[in-house]
Design a protein around this ligand. Structure first.
Ligand SMILES: CC(C)(COP(=O)(O)OP(=O)(O)OC[C@H]1O[C@@H](n2cnc3c(N)ncnc32)[C@H](O)[C@@H]1OP(=O)(O)O)[C@@H](O)C(=O)NCCC(=O)NCCS
Length: 148
């Protein structure tokens, strides 16, 4: 399989398709539109047909980066469609995201890349260098939903 990673082309409609493909309850399309517009970057993975055919590349995964550009970045909405998981799509998306962070920060800066993992993805993130929390220094990641 040949993979292409596109940056900042993710539409709200495609976001919702990929988001729902992994069983997550999606917000409304307008809420997604605002979130994408204010993201630092989005990355979408496309699986290209092997041979020269009329078949268009299929979108198979996405990840969204938010952050302050200086000290802290956050990974959101990382999803690969079930039929394409465990074939390196997630690794390719994460690689593109990390290269982008390196490109936008100044030489010598260290920044944190943070996330809350799903239970199933802990091994994936650990394999890519993320430290789980709680640990000897930090408590657990915490989250609060706020509704207007
Ligand atoms: C978590 C997720 C994004 C990872 O994407 P992915 O495409 O499956 O990731 P990869 O294929 O790069 O790696 C997954 C596993 O496949 C294996 N793998 C990678 N490339 C492979 C290949 N070419 N052939 C066989 N196995 C392979 C790796 O050993 C890896 O194992 P690990 O999980 O222990 O690290 C994806 O599984 C997913 O969408 N899960 C459901 C939603 C979710 O939980 N998202 C995370 C929210 S925080």
């Amino acid at each position: 399989m040949r993979l292409t990673i596109q940056q900042d082309t993710l539409t709200p409609e495609l976001f919702l398709t990929l988001y729902r493909s992994v069983g997550w309850d999606a917000p409304g399309v307008e809420q997604v539109r605002v979130a994408l517009a204010n993201s630092t970057a989005t990355f979408t993975a496309y699986a290209d047909p092997e041979a020269e055919t009329e078949v268009a590349p299929e979108p198979v995964g996405m990840v969204r980066l938010i952050g302050d550009g200086g000290m802290s970045f956050y990974i959101k909405d990382f999803a690969v469609i079930p039929s394409m998981q465990s074939q390196g799509v997630g690794a390719a998306l994460l690689d593109a995201l990390e290269r982008h962070v390196c490109d936008v920060i100044e030489p010598g800066w260290g920044v944190s890349l943070e996330l809350i993992s799903s239970q199933d993805a802990v091994a994936f993130y650990e394999r890519h260098g993320f430290e789980p929390r709680p640990n000897d220094w930090d408590g657990p990641g915490m989250l609060k939903m706020i509704r207007a």
